[in-house]
Design a protein around this ligand. Sequence first.
Ligand code: ADP
Ligand code: ZN
Ligand code: ZN
Length: 735
Amino acid sequence: MPIVRVALNVPVGTLFDYYAEHADQENIGLRVSVPFGKRRLAGIIMEVVANTEVPPEKLKTIQGVFTDNPPLPKELLNLFAFCSQYYHHPIGMVIMNGLPAALRTTKPIKPKKDHSATWNNTQLRLTDAGKRIALSSIPKRQRIARNLLVRFQQVESIPGEAFKEDSSRIKQLIQQWLVSGWISTDSSPHSAQDNAVTDSNIPTLTVEQDHAVNTILSAQSHFHVSLLHGITGSGKTEVYLRLIAAMLMQDKQVLVLVPEINLTPQLEAIFHNRFPCTNLISLHSGLNDTERLQGWLQAQTGEANIVLGTRLAIFTPLPNLGLIIVDEEHDHSFKQQDGLRYSARDLAIFRSKQVNIPVILGSATPSLESYHSAITGRYRVIQLTSRAIKNAALPTIQTIDTRIHKTFNGLSQPLLQALRTNLSEQQQSIIFINRRGYAPTLLCKSCAWTAACVRCSSRLVVHLRDKDLRCHYCGHQERLPIHCPECGNQDLTPFGQGTQRVTETLNTYFPNARILRIDRDSTRRKDAWRSILQKIHNQEIDILVGTQILAKGHDFPNLSLIGILNSDNSLYSTDFRASERLFAQLMQISGRAGRSNNKGQVLIQTEFPDHPLYQALQKQNFDALAKNLLIERKIAGFPPYVHQAVLRAEAHRIETVIDFLSTAAKLAKDYESIELFDPVPAQMLRLKGMERGHLLVQSASRKQLQIFLLQWQKQLSTVPTQKIRWVLDVDPVEL
Ligand code: ADP
Ligand code: ZN
Ligand code: ZN
């Protein structure tokens, strides 16, 4: 009887063998249910073989095969396999991490409806949008699509039945073009008028945009990485839209990855607007299981043409994938910070290579890793150096020296004055509070007691409105104490400029202004963010106060002043990526100002106005800063000049952790090409009741690092570690 090798969701890096009657190579990728100990588990068939080393008396038989959804495509299985190898994570857990919940169970899924359109008995013609498609945007190799387009271009309309004898490929294309709104039927529910985007909505590309689109399309049939380095407001989205249009025209699928779930609605709306009938699905952590499953299945069957999602969407099956876009590629949200610690950006590059298609990394402030790859010629750089909208000037960026202009409750006089002026001109303002290492904590000024979390070593954050203290790491909550538990002092004051405190202060200065505070809490509710954006657009808000959440990719047309508080915290951080991140964040937030015809002004409160980072920022010179940082990194021997991995461990007591890490360090000493650091306690020692530490290793060669990690992991597995949990983090972005 044939034997299937199955990946199961268990923390063991091997496949499990079972008998399976009638199994053949076609069954690879199918979901099965198998006996595992006393349990029944769902698994995926990875191989079908004739022999196994498992003794026959131990070999069990699978219990069921699910044929209610098609097998996972080979290409996706390869992606999982690569991911498992590269991140040193068990294959079964990698697969189960990537699958929608319903496919991780031993229950069948509900079948989906099939809606195939009928256009046999009507006239088909190009819509206005279809007429604008240039033949040159379709590569020569796509002969069928080119011929079809020419056929439509030559006549006013073609009766549907004229295609009766044509190949199924042509019928498929027609179906796709109907859906995309490039052709219409007489009877189609979406007539050409509703369907097509009117010319006036589509901007004429700037010279730089046009160049970007052409460069990428001219090499669209093979793998290459393009770094689309465009300042904020340079119209990267429009470049994406043109590329997507070219892909849809060829009935290809496009995967668009964004860092934040909050960014999906805005982009989704833009895509819907441009491609009104294209089947677009968005996949992110905010979906329920059924929604995610439906989206996933539509992608797998090729019905969905655009898949828009956060990092998890990289694991979507896409049989006709033609292009991957990673927007805001520098964002650390693309790296998962627990369990399988993968980088969706890096996997996107692997995936594009695997299926031989282009991948675009877009950013105003590329990661130093990508920037380095670009200047060394591994990636192609495409620059957008000016704003797309005529007259939209770059904002002016200035610093306010807080050694001279003292702040009160976090706000300096020059900033307040600028806010006042802006209010009187009925323009919108943003106060951006850099939250890294900063939040209002409770401090006793007479004995210096601070409120700390009982489970973590972190400081508790004051939430005045709810009169409680919360731990932003582990979720612990407690009542706000009335007096100091140490000395009894009744005058406990929140310390630090949290969003709440600044909002209250602003309210007292500007009682008539409409001030809105935004943070994770206020946007948690489903659709909350959407309604906030609506308010901003309707000019129902004068001043927005918020944290990082404000920085990302939103277009606020009437925004002309941005005040930045607390950014100095990141200047002298122990994290070598802190300045890169701060620069990206400040550039991004500054980019929110002056998008349309208003001039924009950015004011940064700082004690270090001469710092090179602020100097580069004022000149909006990313290259200057990036080149400086690269030199620093090279001298210090940090990425991108070396490749890193971190062994993270946790236990109830830090001594146990350090012992284990020291053993691990001894094991690693024998590898010549590996540079080893000392085991250290984590900066945030306690988290959720556990104490944590780590050991950093690095190598100039990615390959050597990988070879080492594979051996090391095997050795580590044999170290007795009952009280310890450990995990490898490859290419860590945070320590
Ligand atoms: P980015 O993502 O690069 O920051 P956006 O894609 O948000 O920039 O574009 C900024 C603004 O410019 C948007 O309002 C967009 O509609 C507009 N825009 C983009 N391309 C053009 C163009 N070629 N002509 C006129 N306006 C454009
Ligand atoms: Zn805590
Ligand atoms: Zn006290």
